[in-house]
Write a protein that binds this ligand. Structure first.
Ligand SMILES: [Zn+2]
Length: 378
């Protein structure tokens, strides 16, 4: 995918190495980089069997932006806890020995090495983040070279991380805990993916700008990137607890409306925000401040009104401090019930739950939501 002449000198040595030497040549090179003057930190990323395979086939990006196991991106370089690192290093060492003895390492050999999915350990503290970003810098610099656009963009990002935003990030990640270390890694990973994807589709890639991540955090305007489901549920393990009950149990749960059809379940999941692993806000507010009152499900929501609320926006944010439109008789329409598909029995606008909106009322709701959405755009 890369133009050969753009890659560091190392790749010529690598291609000259025999199959058996490949693994140790690569590992030694990564370690050498971590000791060089260009190193981001003095620790080398571990050459896992997967990373080895990707590098040997010059696979720098996965096929999908949610693939966190492939290519040159921060989730590949991170190493989580000391225990994790020790285990991963053990695995890499055994793999290396096996590989050098007989380069046809089979899957059953790997299975014997106990390649466990549980081995993955996501960084959670500022310290972990610091280390993961440093390891990724080393991987980037070593593999793509110091003059590659991604490395060139990454260095000022790293410098301002260490020199300028450290205190702020400690507050955010170890203190407030709304921004997680993995969100930062995810933002970096997506930028890398975007860059490689542009290359792959032969469109000119934008100059990556990792520094906007710090800038946005500094200005309180950082949008948490969406996390793939597997990662999401590791980061927010409590989210598992509030999954909607299976359809056959929905009717037995006293707090839920006593309807049994499939649409009930989907409406409930819309309300609890569990369907999309898009962000913590809905889930966290739901777990920390449970709403009193039982859920009321709108079994026949107007599909057009429902379609007006984008999946990634919360009704509360769309409305801001404004009042939703009124019915023809002057009562405030509950948008949660009519446009989101459900509400709660203790709602202030519950008098409008269950009514069928007139054409004029619907029109007002449509205009109101459209107007609020345009005011939300940056
Ligand atoms: Zn309501």
């Amino acid at each position: 995918m890369e133009e050969e002449q753009d890659l560091p000198e190392f790749w010529f040595q690598f291609s000259a190495a025999t199959k058996k030497q490949e693994f140790s040549v690569l590992r030694d090179y990564l370690e050498l980089y971590a000791r060089s003057e260009h190193a981001f930190i003095a620790v080398s990323p571990i050459l896992s069997p997967k990373l080895h395979a990707d590098l040997a086939t010059v696979t720098f990006a996965g096929d999908h932006h949610d693939d966190l196991k492939t290519g040159i991106q921060p989730f590949v370089a991170m190493d989580g806890s000391e225990e994790y690192r020790a285990a991963a290093m053990d695995l890499a060492r055994s793999y290396g020995l096996l590989y050098e003895r007989d380069h046809g390492v089979s899957l059953s050999d790997l299975a014997q090495l106990k390649v466990s999915k549980e081995l993955r350990s996501y960084p959670s503290t500022f310290y972990d983040l610091d280390r993961s970003l440093g390891l990724f810098g080393n991987l980037l610099g070593a593999v793509l070279g110091n003059v590659h656009p991604l490395t060139v963009a990454y260095r000022p990002f790293w410098d301002s991380f260490r020199k300028r935003y450290q205190t702020r990030l400690i507050t955010e990640i170890d203190g407030r805990k709304f921004i997680k270390a993995v969100h930062i890694l995810r933002s970096v990973q997506l930028q890398c993916y975007d860059w490689f994807e542009a290359k792959r589709t032969r469109t000119p890639p934008d100059t990556p700008n990792f520094q906007t991540i710090w800038k946005q955090i500094g200005l309180n305007s950082y949008n948490l990137p969406t996390l793939p489901p597997s990662l999401y549920f590791q980061v927010y393990p409590k989210a598992n607890l509030i999954r909607p009950p299976p359809a056959d149990q929905a009717s037995k749960t006293p707090s839920l409306a006593s309807t049994e059809d499939a649409s009930t379940t989907s409406t409930i999941s819309t309300l609890t925000g569990v369907t999309g692993a898009t962000g913590p806000t809905g889930l966290l507010s739901r777990t920390t401040t449970p709403r009193a009152g039982a859920m009321v499900v709108n079994e026949n929501p107007d599909p057009h009104l429902v379609s007006l609320i984008p999946f990634n926006k919360k009704l509360k944010d769309i409305m801001g401090n404004t009042q939703s439109p009124s019915t023809d008789t002057g009562e405030t329409i509950c948008l949660s019930y009519h446009a989101k598909g459900g509400c709660f029995t203790n709602c202030r606008r519950k008098s409008t739950h269950g009514i069928t909106l007139s054409l004029a009322e619907k029109g007002r709701v449509e205009n109101y939501i459209a107007d609020r959405l345009t005011k939300m755009e940056p």
